[in-house]
Design a protein around this ligand. Structure first.
Ligand SMILES: Cc1ncc(COP(=O)(O)O)c(C=O)c1O
Length: 389
């Protein structure tokens, strides 16, 4: 796979924010707009029918990627939109008064705020200090728990939650609870099988799995999706509209109102096909880069790594703080050497509060990174110490 932007000698260590795009994505986008562009599911002329069939092929690609049925794949504009869709649609469809929602302190804001903002339902939060375990989730849940939502992998620390075990514990306590998984970070680093996982919904963003910006994937169990009210209203999601009332069309289209980014979805599916070829090998490469980075960073005096302490499983994301150096200053020094790292609260302020910090520096690795990228980072970290301390 070729990643044209990496030819520029970048040390790109911010893959949790967005991955770089393989050439096939740009080629597919260009080719779609040059040869196939038409609005999908609307025209009855050949060009539109061709674009529609490309879109539906892309839906099948995403379905295969997570072992789902194509009709259970809904295209959104982001994982964020997926969580907003779920929070809104579930509260439009089920009685929320007297119910509670269970989530964790480790969530990205996009999987926290939409559920926090549901009126009437109590929010119960599994604290970071309790550990994100089947037991800590089970202790929060009761017969009134309508939703449980949690991340498969923390964007802030890289911690991989024992999702299957947590889901089993939730199901044992309350089989009716709607279980949502945030797979936004997990999707690039672990094979997902939604049936085996046994959740009800799962969301991720294409741009974090080498696809384009502006495409989200929401998987949901068809029995639930059929029962739920739409999120957005508009074109292409109706069966019949009259002045008195509207009848919705079938899933997944009921949840895809308006013109969707067919070009981006089709190009993102090309990325998925491409990464699927070497998925296991790529993940192994990421693990070995993570271990190399941990070894190099642990050797830096005054640098504190969050987690990666032998308790729990971690993906290729490493967050750290440095004695008397603000993460933003560190990121600025790194930038001088063409090293892109993230500094901030990572849209996880409840977690930052639990950790007792305002922000951290974070590196997140992809299989296309190299040991040289990590060597450049450690050099820049030492340089930052020299300049800033
Ligand atoms: C764990 C996690 N969940 C959700 C999101 C939201 O993704 P998006 O901004 O693509 O909607 C992110 C983005 O960083 C994330 O890391």
């Amino acid at each position: 796979m070729k990643f044209p932007i990496l030819r520029k000698g970048l040390h790109y260590l911010d893959n949790a924010a967005t991955t770089q795009k393989p050439e096939i994505v740009m080629d597919t986008l260009k080719s779609f707009y040059e040869n196939s562009n038409a609005n999908v599911h609307r025209g009855i002329y050949a060009l539109s029918e061709h674009a529609t069939s490309m879109l539906e092929d892309a839906r099948e690609t995403f379905a295969r990627f997570i072992k789902a049925h194509p009709e259970e794949i809904i295209f959104t504009k982001s994982a964020t939109e997926g969580f907003n869709l779920l929070a809104t649609s579930i509260s439009r469809s089920f009685r929320m008064k007297g119910k509670n929602i269970v989530t964790s302190e480790m969530e990205h804001h996009s999987n926290f705020i939409p559920f926090q903002q549901i009126p009437d339902a109590e929010l119960r939060v599994v604290r970071y200090s309790e550990g994100l375990t089947p037991e800590s989730f089970a202790s929060k849940i009761d017969q009134d728990t309508i939703i449980a939502t949690f991340t498969g992998m923390s964007n802030a620390t890289g911690l991989i939650t024992p999702a299957k075990g947590i889901i089993q514990a939730l199901r044992n306590k309350n089989p009716e609870t709607i279980i949502i998984i945030d797979a936004t970070q997990l999707a690039a680093h672990s094979r997902i099988d939604v049936r085996e996982l046994d959740a009800d919904f799962l969301c991720f963003s294409a741009h974090k799995v080498y696809g384009t910006l502006g495409v989200g994937i929401l998987w949901g169990r068809k029995e639930l999706l059929r029962k739920m009210s739409p999120y957005l209203y508009g074109g292409n999601m109706i069966d019949d509209v009259s002045i008195e009332k509207t009848e919705w069309t079938e899933i997944p289209y009921k949840f895809e109102a308006g013109t969707i980014d067919a070009a981006g979805i089709i190009a993102s599916a090309a990325a998925i096909t491409s990464i699927s070829e070497n998925f296991g090998e790529n993940n192994k490469r990421e693990e070995s880069l993570r271990d190399y980075a941990l070894k190099r960073l642990k050797a830096v005096e005054g640098l504190d790594i969050i987690g990666h302490d032998g308790k729990g499983k971690y993906g290729p994301i490493i967050s750290f703080t440095m004695d008397r150096i603000h993460p933003h200053d560190l990121a600025t020094v790194c930038d001088k050497y063409g090293i892109c790292i993230r500094a901030g609260h990572h849209c996880a302020q409840p977690l930052m509060k639990a950790l007792g910090v305002n922000s951290t520096a974070r590196i997140s690795l992809s299989f296309y990174n190299t040991e040289e990228d990590i060597d450049a980072l450690t050099m820049a970290v030492e340089e930052a110490k020299r300049i800033l301390k």
